[in-house]
Design a protein around this ligand. Structure first.
Ligand code: PEP
Length: 248
């Protein structure tokens, strides 16, 4: 049985006080055993967050693929393992659009994270233009195929995929549960073609794009939606907790 996951991507928001307050609140919650809750603070707060977190897991929003060296400003997969942060978001649409990350670079990060015992959340998703052209699944399929291309089949089983339509991120526009389910089903079928049905049925595919307390339950009740990657709503503790309850 694949796991239900609610992941909160804090992006470049907050400060030390925010991190302390969020973890203080989250530490008081007994989450359902059926849901894994993970928060993704900015990297300067990762270590402190990891030390404080009792009821949730902590992950990073990005890594580089090399393990050390002259890569000013980057953090490595082994550094994350070193502080026992086991999750990392890779290929977020903001990294693709603002920092020009392409599928080949993301594939290197995916394999580096697996080799360092991290769980990558590989983000894929189409722009509004791709959706309106009707060829959105071509774009998503390319992102999934290249993103997973450096992995052995059994390594794919350790990846989480997040479908995040770019037009729904931070816009207040959510894909309808049926629109999201259609893409999740297609991603699962594609992964089955790549590495077999058993692995494809075992991986979690999260939906991201303006998930909130009002729409989470219906989205998460779709057969191929295994939880959410939440941006803006993960910064408000009550709303984030309501989203976590919707997954339980
Ligand atoms: C995200 O950035 O991953 C995201 C889904 O953001 P939001 O929930 O704010 O749309």
């Amino acid at each position: 049985m694949r796991g239900l996951i609610v992941a909160g991507n804090w992006k470049m928001n907050g400060n030390q006080q925010f991190v302390d307050d969020m973890l203080f609140s989250l530490n008081k919650v007994e989450f359902s055993e059926s849901v894994e809750v993970i928060v993704f603070p900015p990297s300067v707060y990762l270590h402190a967050a990891r030390q404080q977190a009792k009821t949730v897991k902590v992950g990073a929003q990005n890594i580089f693929f090399e393990s050390s060296g002259a890569y000013t400003g980057e953090i490595s997969p082994s550094m994350l393992s070193d502080i026992d942060c086991r999750y990392v978001i890779l290929g977020h649409s903001e990294r693709r659009a603002i920092f020009s990350e392409d599928d080949d670079l993301i594939a290197k990060k995916v394999v580096a994270s697996i080799e360092n015992d991290l769980v990558p959340i590989l983000c894929v998703g189409e722009t509004l233009e791709d959706r309106e052209s009707g060829r959105f699944f071509e774009v998503i399929a390319r992102q999934v195929k290249i993103g997973l291309s450096l992995l052995q089949a059994e390594q794919v089983a350790r990846v989480i995929v997040a479908y995040e339509p770019v037009w729904a991120i931070g816009t207040g526009k959510t894909a309808s549960p049926l629109q999201a389910q259609e893409v999740h089903g297609l991603i699962r079928r594609l992964v089955a073609e790549l590495v077999g049905e058993q692995i494809s049925e075992s991986i979690s595919i999260l939906y991201g794009g303006s998930v909130n307390a009002a729409n989470a339950k219906e989205l998460f009740s779709q057969p191929d939606i295994d939880g959410g990657l939440v941006g803006g709503a993960s910064l408000k503790v009550d709303e984030f907790l309501a989203i976590c309850s919707a997954a339980a």
